[in-house]
Design a protein around this ligand. Structure first.
Ligand code: NOJ
Length: 509
């Protein structure tokens, strides 16, 4: 049996508000994604994951869904989505959408009904608890603030749970009606032809119904980063069986925001829960060889015995961009080489291929309650003034250097980071060792991480110098530099050393 498509795929994340605006309202839209599908083909990714574009009051920019089965007018219409999907498929690009199962918007008709009265037929669709206005039912904290994960509802005299904003009440997945209704939302999009889902904080859907206090020091953390209840696993098996009603290896990629790789690995079940789960510890690792060697080893230790296929994510719409975090373009380039040569499915956040930094967002222009605006800056497609958008003023400021750091300009420069991404994607696609092979860490001098990838007689070695000076690194045998993060020496013989902050992909001579 051949491997499912998503094992060898590279998935490109699009934050739709920030990708491209075609109707002049300053906010990106589905037509803007459709306009750039040929660019994505040229770049060489296999699939896109689009962050939420469903109807939403946008308190959390789409992660507060008020209708799972419609497109918010700011992004277009269902027709626009169908066109986008058809055009993506015609180009061989698969499409994943973002499914938000843990909570809805407080404006979702389900919650409006639930909140209306204690006797409402949908009261039990959300997590309501008795108490007094003086204190919430337990010590759980919400994300984005130090506030309790509970809001007192004056009218009906109970508290409701929200692991995120008060405008994002948690659904109660212990209620079979909720399970059935949410399964239907999956079928709605599966019927339209989507290839899979990124599932938002999916480790949170199962909760201990007694909602016990969290012990110190966990109680200081938002409850969404520690909730790890066994009930979730059965719910994931149910969700998986919905996907399995459909042909074509539809994929579920879970956002499991638990910061231990071993805990994340459990969400693959026995091959009957998530197909893929995000593993964030590498994203939070400092740019240091030791830390990276540990993270890579940890992934192999936790995932391999279960037959779980890893994912690699170095940025997304919730975290500062690679270049901003690591400090310069040389490191962002080395990180690209790392991301695209490790064993597992890589996720590239739109704009990383341009080496963008986070935008500086003055307080008057801040939009996100979680302080994540910088990495959500609009993507510049051309030199100014509109950068390929149809709006004079996009919803967030442009990232630094947009006159030079945009798709059109970098496409004309074969030495640019954009071309590095393109060459890396092509190298990965053409090498079974890189896309599906084994990974073995090699022993290295301080400051260097190196690994060997192998599949049949296809072999590659990757070496990354994290140090800010050149490092010797000898390898037995004779090797050719297939790709260099700084584009220096490609095609020539490897000379047993790495330049400052350089990463190399080597093939046998
Ligand atoms: C995780 C998403 O990535 C983030 O953007 C969102 O705010 C929370 N989940 C809540 O849905």
């Amino acid at each position: 049996m051949s491997e499912p498509w998503w094992q060898s795929a590279v998935i490109y994340q699009i934050y739709p508000k920030s990708f491209c605006d075609t109707d002049g309202d300053g906010v990106g839209d589905l037509a803007g994604i459709r306009r750039h599908l040929d660019y994505l083909r040229w770049l060489g990714v296999d699939a896109i994951w689009i962050s939420p574009f469903f109807r939403s009051p946008m308190k959390d920019h789409g992660y507060d869904v008020s209708d799972h089965c419609d497109v918010d007018p700011v992004f277009g219409s269902l027709k626009d989505f169908d066109r986008l999907l058809a055009d993506a498929h015609a180009r061989g690009l698969r499409v994943l959408i973002d499914w938000v199962p843990n909570h809805t918007s407080d404006e979702h008709p389900w919650f409006v009904e639930s909140r209306a009265s204690r006797a409402s037929a949908r009261r039990g669709w959300y997590v309501w608890r008795d108490g007094t206005p003086d204190g919430p039912p337990n010590n759980w904290r919400a994300a984005f603030s130090d506030a309790p994960a509970w809001t007192w509802d004056e009218r009906t005299g109970q508290w409701y749970l929200h692991l995120f904003l008060p405008e994002q009440p948690d659904l109660d997945w212990q209620n079979p009606e909720v399970v059935a209704a949410m399964h239907q939302t999956l079928r709605f999009w599966l019927d339209r032809g989507v290839d899979g889902f990124r599932m938002d904080v999916v480790h949170c859907i199962g909760k201990d119904p007694s909602l016990p206090d969290l012990p110190e020091p966990m109680a200081k953390l938002p409850a969404c980063v520690v909730n790890d209840d066994l009930r979730t696993h059965g719910l994931l098996r149910g969700i998986r069986s919905v996907l399995e009603e459909y042909p074509g290896d539809r994929v579920m990629v879970g956002e499991v925001y638990l910061l231990q790789t071993r805990a994340v690995a459990r969400y693959y079940g026995r091959g009957d829960e998530l197909h893929l789960a995000f593993n964030f510890p590498p994203l939070y690792a400092p740019w240091q060889a030791e830390a990276w060697r540990d993270r890579i080893a940890e992934v192999a230790d936790a995932m391999d015995p279960r037959g779980a296929w890893p994912t690699w994510v170095l940025s997304n719409h919730d975290n500062p961009r690679q270049r901003s975090r690591y400090g310069n373009e040389a490191r962002a380039r080395a990180a690209a080489l790392l991301l695209l040569t490790l064993r597992g499915t890589p996720f590239v956040y739109a704009g990383e291929e341009l080496g963008l930094e986070d935008a500086v967002v003055p307080s008057a222009r801040r939009r996100d309650p979680g302080g994540r605006d910088g990495c959500r800056a609009p993507l510049p497609w051309e030199p100014g003034p509109l950068h390929g958008w149809c709006s004079a003023e996009p919803w967030l400021p442009w990232p630094p250097d947009a006159q030079k750091r945009n798709t059109a300009v970098l496409r004309d420069d074969p030495g640019s980071i954009l071309h590095l991404y393109r060459r890396l994607l092509a190298a990965r696609r053409h090498s079974p060792a890189l896309s599906l092979g084994t990974l073995d860490l090699l022993s290295t001098p301080e400051g260097v991480v190196s690994y060997r990838r192998e599949c049949g007689d296809d072999v590659r070695v990757v070496a990354v110098n994290f140090a800010s000076d050149p490092r010797p690194f000898g390898l037995s045998g004779s090797w050719i530099v297939e790709l260099a993060s700084d584009a220096v020496g490609e095609g020539s013989r490897y000379r047993d050393g790495l330049a400052t902050e350089q990463a190399l992909l080597l093939r046998p001579a």
